[in-house]
Ligand binder design. Sequence first.
Ligand code: NAP
Length: 291
Amino acid sequence: MTTHVAFLGLGIMGYPMAGHLVKAGYQVTVYNRTARKAASWVQQFGGVSAATPRAAAAGADFIMACVGNDNDLCDVCLGKHGAFASMKEDAVFIDHTTASAEVARELYAIAKEQRLNFLDAPVSGGQPGAEKGALTIMVGGDQEAYLRAAPVMNAYARLVRRLGGSGAGQLTKMVNQICIAGLVQALAEGLHFARKAGLDAEAVIEVISKGASQSWQMENRYQTMLAGQYDHGFAVDWMRKDLGICIDEARRNGASLPVTALVDQFYSDVQTLGGSRWDTSSLLVRLEREG
Ligand code: NAP
């Protein structure tokens, strides 16, 4: 029997992720708020589109979502045309949105009451990871639902791992974003300093990336940062949303995040410079405008 999957949200990430499900042999129904995107997806991949999350989720064994933030997620789950109203008993809702651990736990509890399953499963790997089907997925929720869902998520992942109960996936994603924030600012400062010092910044990175300062951001972003290209998919607006989630959670658990809070302010400056949809490596622009 073919497994029926619904995918809600065909943005930069969701569009290719849903495509991988078709390629893996699943019967896929998609929903996108802007219907035009769903129509082009169907034309490209051949699945079916539905007019609402509720219609897409009806009869599906697994329902994936990759929308913007907590409010968007609540809309597609619980809104007037939300998926929870039509999900069949024991179906699994897999949320790939980067959202708060709090909303994950709330939706998990509501799902439980309705005899449904909810996994928080944020992703890392960006647009290239989604397109290549090589995302890292951090999962929170019940082990039984996770064991059923993991093979389906493998259609677009290179690593899927459950880190604990509901919320643990989102908390892990917060650690990921905290680790990235300071690192991108350090790379921007290094490039800025190299230029001010009159060095060939490209040659500098070619050398130091073979040593202890090497990082994914350094390897993948220095050339485009030096060229002033900031269209790599993960928008500054989304990063501010993510860092806000981290800072809120730290207020609750008592963690100290001074650098993360500072970098969040730097991204606010980038937004003021018109960079809301630039990618996160655009921190260099802010330094260069300062002089
Ligand atoms: P995006 O391109 O802006 O797409 C957002 C998607 O959510 C669109 O399909 C949008 O529909 C839909 N949506 C938003 N609000 C909605 C609502 N209230 N009801 C129904 N649909 C709604 O964003 P993205 O880059 O794919 O990111 C999606 C999520 O993944 C975010 O939480 C982001 O933080 C996370 N993420 C992104 C990356 C990345 O590199 N881009 C990496 C890791 C994680 P419309 O088409 O109608 O606008």
